[in-house]
Design a protein. Sequence first.
Length: 280
Amino acid sequence: MNSYYCHFSVRNGAETIRPTLDSILNQTIKPKKIVVVQDGSIDETAKILDEYSNSNKGLFEIISTNNKTVDFSRLPKFWNMCLREGYDYQFIIADDVVFPNDYCERLIHEMELDPQLVIASGNYFNKIPNSDMTPSGAGRMIKESFFKNLGGRYYEKVGYESWILFEALRIGHRIKNFKDLKFSHLKPLGRTHAFSEFAPSMRALGYDPLMVIGRCIRNLIYFHEMPRRSTIRVLIDYIKPLGNDGYISPYPEEFRKFVKQYQRARIRRFIRRYFLGMKT
């Protein structure tokens, strides 16, 4: 019960993709398949992927596109294009991540020990001690049995990375970020998108306004997830209305209601613990 496949998309990742692929190939439990969307790169990315594919016969599956535009709605489509069957886990990465050699083995071990743990990752946030962090986007391992029960596909709309986390919690499963299991991003986070999707994602998912404000205040103080300028932009963009359908549109109301209730419970626990001195 430890087979997994790895998938990601890349555009112009020649500067970082070699150490990323090396870290995957050096895992103590190796993937059975690596599925890559090569998204219209104009640098040496395609050549590097071919080199690794030729050196590891049958391991790589490369899907090439001719995209030239920066349209973030294509990204969940790529995740769905990469989905494969016949594995116990899917492992989602990015083109600039480097993992310790035992990273996947550790996650699989933890998930085998706990049948209710269906999504897990290591940690690349290091600035806020005792932060209640959820599994990261890149570096997350997902149980395929759980994923298939959700329908076996991602929503192709803003917030798709967070949707599956909240859905796991909503139906009674567990998710976890193992803070002691460190990995690194080789590129500054948000370099390509300036966190432009944070606000519409939170609106679409049904975030409680107090959670949005608190998250932004935390960023302004600690400079944690995103630069301060991007944090101000998130606050401004959050009040903008969503469309009724398409990429930037709300998730089902029942799901949004759960997200708000879950976050309000977290806010109450935070107040009791840090302002009232009560154990939670």
